[in-house]
Design a protein around this ligand. Structure first.
Ligand SMILES: C[S@@+](CC[C@H](N)C(=O)[O-])C[C@H]1O[C@@H](n2cnc3c(N)ncnc32)[C@H](O)[C@@H]1O
Length: 189
């Protein structure tokens, strides 16, 4: 299946609206702590001046906004294959007065950056969505600087099954069984 043919659950209007609203409210608790950890990592490792962070599968961009709120100098890039997500991220960036943020419609498996230019690559709850994890990871290692870091935060085998079941149920209610099934295929492995 070509990337352009991939179905994206996050293009479902009803689900997307609710999802973004909930995440925006939770930003202080979910994204701010992670943003602080990333900044700490950068300070500890004394990266060069022009620091570049990419959020792969950035969704509405909340993590990048939190990073920018702490340090405006950092260059942030957000990619996501969902056109709607990127449009929301662009709108929210303006609302939050976030400048110099590069938001692009792109897949993890095909990143339009030169090699060796990224200090930190973050994948927050997005890796389990990728159709080709190996290709995506190869892309990350291609774009990272030699001393760069990758931070992956996602579902794994230790994630409580009851929590996954709850998410699944909520998705069925929001987007219907077909859409939820499609979305959870990767998470129920
Ligand atoms: C659960 S959301 C997480 C969004 C954001 N990282 C956050 O934490 O708010 C997963 C995101 O991964 C994106 N996604 C799906 N397939 C992808 C791919 N092949 N490469 C990169 N991102 C992808 C979806 O469009 C969606 O925005």
């Amino acid at each position: 299946m070509k990337n352009s043919e991939q179905k994206n659950w996050f293009d479902n209007d009803k689900a997307l609206k609710l999802y973004v609203k909930k995440l925006e409210k939770a930003s202080k608790y979910v994204y701010r702590p992670l943003a602080k950890e990333i900044i700490k990592l950068i300070r500890k490792n004394e990266f060069e001046k022009e620091i570049k962070i990419i959020d792969i599968g950035c969704g509405p961009g909340f993590l990048l906004f939190e990073i920018k709120k702490i340090n405006q100098e950092i260059k942030v890039i957000g990619i996501d294959p969902s056109k709607k997500m990127i449009e929301i991220a662009q709108k929210k960036a303006i609302e939050n007065n976030i400048r110099e943020i590069d938001l692009k419609i792109e897949y993890a498996e095909e990143i339009s950056l030169f090699g060796g230019e990224i200090d930190v690559a973050v994948c927050q709850s997005s890796l389990s969505e990728w159709k080709n994890i190996e290709k995506g990871l190869n892309e990350i290692f291609r774009i990272l600087k030699k001393e760069g870091f990758v931070i992956i935060n996602d579902f794994n085998g230790e994630y409580p099954k009851w929590k996954i079941k709850w998410c699944y149920l909520i998705m069925i209610l929001l987007a219907g069984l077909k859409s939820a099934k499609e979305h959870f295929k990767s998470k129920s492995k």
